[in-house]
Every structure is written in structure tokens, then in C-alpha cells.
Design a protein around this ligand. Structure first.
Ligand SMILES: Cc1cc2nc3c(=O)[nH]c(=O)nc-3n(C[C@H](O)[C@H](O)[C@H](O)COP(=O)(O)OP(=O)(O)OC[C@H]3O[C@@H](n4cnc5c(N)ncnc54)[C@H](O)[C@@H]3O)c2cc1C
Length: 503
């Protein structure tokens, strides 16, 4: 059992004179029981492994590491290899009433993998197999811990694609994690979010029971458990397997780029494109500040409000789509920049997330993405920009935004705040971060937006779940309590509070 020493001096037992004290003794028993279930070599109490499992890519995790401060870690890490082993882990956790924190690739940004109450971190990355590819229906079944980029490469060899390319494609994001946090990729405008791609999930729920949702997502067999588990971020159970829709790799792509006089005109063009049901694979409208940032990274040789459009499919279909989009843009005072900037963006789409370009502490930053109907979008953008730039002027706060995931009725706004230098005092820095989030999210809620489009809630946004859902949040709490009576599943996330157990 790696790191779970049976004798004195281990991180669990500490001073040998305390060997029979309650908590360390219980942890030793728990470690041994988990070892029997998954193999002792797949249970660890090593502090470095526990810290690694707790960390994600949230600003909080990055900041604490930057300052050399501890993260809230689990007591033990387990690495199950099958759904049967996950069942055993959750059964044992239920017996001990120990918190369970699932973890995929750890690429989340909301503190979802922080183990606020200790317990067991369940690393799912050994469960990384492709179970079945149905090439007739274009459907794949995978274990939840498979890395999305690995799956995609495998599908591409068959001429297929999942068409889910998040910015974290090469950060280890797993299919289970993408479903758990309702993720979205760069071609979501045409192919949908992760939740739209799911036909079925299998999950282990307390007290260690394996369940599967219906084999297909479109049914009239009552309320939908698939979309209850999707987005639950480990608070209801552990997704162990997912069946996802596929597409053939597109035969060709076309690239279009336009410059607009201002953001509102660009939104209007996007609205007309979407409501006339011309559906680009990707469409991204950058405000001036974000367009300048993008241009500095990718040398697009443009400035101002930029619209990038990527079409895919057959040449005949794309020719019609291109014509429709060009006509709409021309009628809305756009300058046609040709294909260059768009193609450069497509080829460099992961570049803004690379180590040398991504923001990092000491900068305080946050992606406060929201989503709203077209009627609300221009006002939402202006209100959030004002909230950050004027409300935090004393800190020199900056604001950037682009609109990157479009729906027939509205769009997602991917906006960020930046304060270049975090206060020296860590408590003050964390408080400033939270105040920026409070202001941004409340502005979203007051202007027709929602707390998040596709990064999930985690620890960071849990306090907004009640204002977001209103009276309906009590029903979500009732589901959580019925499903997980001891509150052991990822406690402290989604605003569901502490574990009910006395762990
Ligand atoms: C640079 C960068 C760019 C990003 N870009 C995007 C983007 O474009 N689109 C996007 O959607 N997201 C993006 N993200 C956020 C992140 O990649 C996604 O939220 C992703 O879905 C998380 O997957 P993961 O496997 O890493 O999950 P983790 O970070 O391991 O976990 C996220 C949450 O899901 C829970 N969880 C994980 N696996 C399971 C499971 N099998 N069952 C139940 N619960 C589980 C965890 O407990 C946690 O609460 C980005 C992140 C980074 C760092």
C-alpha cells in the first residue's frame, strides 16, 4: 500500500504513542479496507500524491501553490480500475461515512477536486478504456477516466470524431470530467456541449450501487436521470462509463473573418446567422481588448472587434453557408478580412491556454463566463465590463470578452477579469478574488445571464446556487439528500454544504 505504512512514523499514524487514537486508527482501517478492494498498491496516503489529487487549474489552487500554501487534501488516494472497484470504494466510504472526491484529469477551474473535509480522493484515470465503437449508429462507449485527446486520436483513425475540443484538450480532461462539469468545446455551436453528446451514463451512487440511465437520451419515460447525473460534479455519484454520439470527420473546412464597428453590431450579425439556422462549426466574436490579446498571441494582423467563423462539411453546403454569412455581415457594416485570421486562429486554437500565454499568479484572474438570450446579450456585456473596470478601478482591473458558443436563442460570453498584482497578504488576495467573482456573477444574474455556461460550479461558485435557482434550489437539495443521505459525495461543492456524517 504505497505510503500507507503499517508502523509508526507514517503520515497517518504519526507519533507511535498515538497509534490507537481514534482518527488515525480509523484511517488505517479504512486504508486497509480500500486496499482489499482495489489492491494495496492503488491506495496512497503520501502527502505529495494527496496534494496532486486535490489540485485543479482553479485560480485558488494556482495561487496557493504559487505562495507555497497547502491545498485542502483528502486523507487517502485510491485508483480503482473498474466500475466494480468503484462500487466497492463507495460502499466502504459509506460504511465509514468518509467523504469521496472523484477526480478525472484535474483540469477543472472551479476547485471541484479540493477535498475540503478530507476523506478519499478517487482518481479515475486507470479507467481509460474504449468499451465499444458502434460504427453503424456512430456511438462510442468509454470508461469515464479516458483522456478526451486520447479518445479523439483513436476515433480519428476510423474517420470519426467526438467533436469535443475544450481549451483543456491537452490538459488531461477526461470524458467523465467533461460530463460532470457540463463542458463545451470550440465546435460546440454545431456539435453541441458534452451533455448533448451523451446517450447514456453508468454511475456508482451511495451506498455503493451501480446504476445506468436509459440506453438513449430521447424518451418519454418520465424525468431524466441522465441530465441529473450530468453536471452533478461528483456530488451525486461517480460516473464510471459514458456512451457518446460521434460524427464523421468533416471532409473540408472553410474560414471566414470579419471586422465589426462595435460589439453590439457583431452580436446582431451572430444573432441573424443563428436564428436563420446557418450553423457554423465555430463562431467567435472578440471585443477590442480580447481581439488585441489574441492578435498578440497569434499574429492575426487585425485589430478592433473581430468575428472568426469556421465552417465544416461538404463544399456544396459550405458554399451556401458562406454566402449567407457574408451577406449578413455585409449588411451589418462588417469589413471582410478573408480567411487568414480565422485559419490562423483554428491552427493555434490551443495557444491562448499554453503555459507562456495563460494568465497565472501573481495575477488575480477569473473566467466569469455566462450565457443569455440575444435580447439580453449586449446589455450583459456592457454591464459586466462596467462592473469590473469601474468597480475595481482602484486595482487597475482589466476586462476582456469574446462570444464563443452560440445557440439558436443566444450565446455564451467568455469574459475574464485581471488584476495584475495580487495583494501580498494571502487572505486579502483570496478575498479580492471572491469579491471580483461576486460582482461579476451578480451582474450576470441581474442581466439575464446565468452563473456559468460550461466550467461548472465546484467550490468557487457554490454560494451562487441559491440566488441562481431561487426556491428550486431546495428541490435540488432534496434530491442531493435523498440520493446521498450522509452527504459524502464531494461535500462542499455546488452549494450543497458539509457532509452530514460526523467524519
Ligand atoms: C487551460 C484550460 C482550458 C479549459 N477550457 C475549457 C473549455 O474550453 N471547455 C470546458 O468545458 N472546460 C474547459 N476547461 C475546464 C476543464 O477542462 C473542464 O471542466 C473539464 O470538463 C474537466 O475535466 P477533468 O477530467 O479534468 O475533471 P476534473 O478537473 O478532474 O474534475 C472536475 C469536476 O468533476 C468531478 N468529476 C470528475 N470526474 C468525474 C466522474 N467520473 N464522475 C463524477 N464526477 C467527476 C470532480 O469531482 C470535479 O468536481 C479548461 C480548463 C483549463 C485548465
Amino acid at each position: 500500500m504505497s505510503g500507507v505504512a503499517e508502523a509508526s512514523g507514517s503520515p497517518l499514524y504519526g507519533d507511535p504513542s498515538h497509534l490507537l487514537q481514534g482518527r488515525p486508527y480509523r484511517l488505517g482501517q479504512l486504508a486497509r479496507d480500500l486496499g482489499s478492494a482495489v489492491g494495496p498498491e492503488h491506495v496512497s496516503s503520501e502527502p505529495a500524491e494527496r496534494a496532486e489529487q486535490a489540485a485543479d487549474w482553479s485560480w485558488m489552487a494556482q495561487f496557493l501553490r504559487h505562495r507555497g500554501l497547502p491545498l485542502p487534501t483528502a486523507d487517502l488516494v485510491v485508483r480503482p480500475d473498474s466500475a466494480a472497484e468503484v462500487e466497492a470504494v463507495v460502499r466502504i466510504a459509506s460504511e465509514y461515512r468518509a467523504p469521496v472526491v472523484p477526480r478525472g484529469g484535474g483540469s477543472g477551474t472551479q476547485g471541484g477536486t479540493f477535498a475540503l473535509y478530507g476523506g478519499i480522493a478517487v482518481d479515475l484515470t486507470r479507467m481509460n478504456r474504449i468499451v465499444d465503437i458502434d460504427e453503424t449508429s456512430l456511438v462510442v462507449t468509454v470508461e469515464a477516466g479516458i483522456d478526451g485527446s486520447v479518445l479523439e486520436a483513436e476515433l480519428n483513425t476510423l474517420g470519426l470524431t467526438l467533436a469535443h475540443y475544450p481549451g483543456s484538450h491537452y490538459f488531461g480532461a477526461t470524458i467523465g470530467g467533461c460530463l460532470a462539469a457540463r463542458g463545451s468545446g470550440v465546435v460546440s455551436t454545431k456539435y453541441g456541449k458534452a451533455e448533448d453528446m451523451a446517450l447514456q451514463v453508468e454511475a456508482v451512487v451511495p451506498p455503493g450501487r451501480r446504476i445506468a440511465t436509459l440506453p438513449i437520451p430521447n424518451h418519454a419515460a418520465g424525468p431524466d436521470l441522465l441530465q441529473t447525473l450530468v453536471g452533478s460534479e461528483g456530488t451525486l455519484g461517480i460516473i464510471t462509463q459514458a456512451t457518446m454520439r460521434l460524427d464523421p470527420l468533416p471532409p473540408a473546412r472553410r474560414f471566414l473573418s470579419f471586422q465589426f464597428p462595435d460589439v453590439a453590431t457583431g452580436i446582431e450579425a451572430g444573432r441573424l446567422i443563428m436564428t436563420r439556422r446557418v450553423v457554423p462549426a465555430a463562431m467567435r466574436l472578440y471585443d477590442e481588448a480580447d481581439s488585441a490579446k489574441l492578435t498578440s498571441m497569434l499574429d492575426l494582423s487585425t485589430s478592433g472587434v473581430l468575428l472568426i467563423v469556421v465552417l465544416d462539411g461538404t463544399e456544396a453546403a459550405m458554399a451556401l453557408e458562406q454566402q449567407a454569412i457574408e451577406e449578413i455581415c455585409a449588411a451589418n457594416d462588417a469589413v471582410d478580412l478573408g480567411g487568414g485570421p480565422s485559419e490562423t486562429w483554428w491552427n493555434g486554437k490551443y495557444e491562448p491556454f499554453s503555459k507562456h500565454n495563460a494568465p497565472a499568479p501573481p495575477t488575480v484572474f477569473g473566467t466569469t463566463d455566462s450565457c443569455a438570450r440575444f435580447v439580453d446579450l449586449p446589455g450583459l456585456y456592457q454591464a459586466k465590463k462596467r462592473t469590473i473596470e469601474e468597480g475595481f478601478a482602484e486595482y487597475g482591473a482589466r476586462y476582456t470578452a469574446h462570444f464563443s458558443h452560440w445557440y439558436p436563442w443566444g450565446a455564451m460570453i467568455y469574459d475574464r477579469f485581471y488584476v495584475d498584482q495580487a495583494p501580498e497578504d494571502p487572505g486579502e488576495a483570496l478575498a479580492l478574488h471572491d469579491r471580483l467573482w461576486d460582482a461579476a456573477v451578480r451582474t450576470s444574474l441581474d442581466n439575464g445571464g446565468i452563473i456559468n455556461d460550461h466550467h461548472g460550479v465546484g467550490l468557487k461558485l457554490g454560494r451562487f446556487m441559491r440566488p441562481q435557482h431561487g426556491a428550486a434550489f431546495d428541490l435540488l437539495l432534496a434530491i442531493k439528500h435523498a440520493w446521498d443521505p450522509d452527504g459524502i459525495m464531494n461535500p462542499g461543492k455546488l452549494g450543497f454544504g458539509a457532509p452530514r456524517s460526523g467524519w
